[in-house]
Design a protein around this ligand. Structure first.
Ligand SMILES: [Cu+2]
Length: 66
């Protein structure tokens, strides 16, 4: 299960936004976010380019940390 670090999440609304943005990406499901750890983990049914994930997160005002 891939795990990524995301900068800028502060509350449940942020978590909900990031969760739905990730779930909207083709091939990603079962998104799970830890607000304390600033982490998102998810299932990948096919290889999703990291660039696609970064762009989807950036589009809603957050940042994937490398
Ligand atoms: Cu928030």
């Amino acid at each position: 299960m891939p795990t990524i670090q995301i900068k800028g999440m502060r509350c449940g609304h942020c978590v909900a936004s990031v969760t739905s943005a990730l779930n909207a990406i083709d091939g990603i499901s079962e998104v799970n976010i830890s607000l304390e750890k600033n982490e998102a983990s998810f299932n990948q049914s096919n290889e999703v380019p990291m660039d696609t994930i970064k762009k989807a997160i950036a589009a809603i005002g957050f940042e994937v940390i490398d």
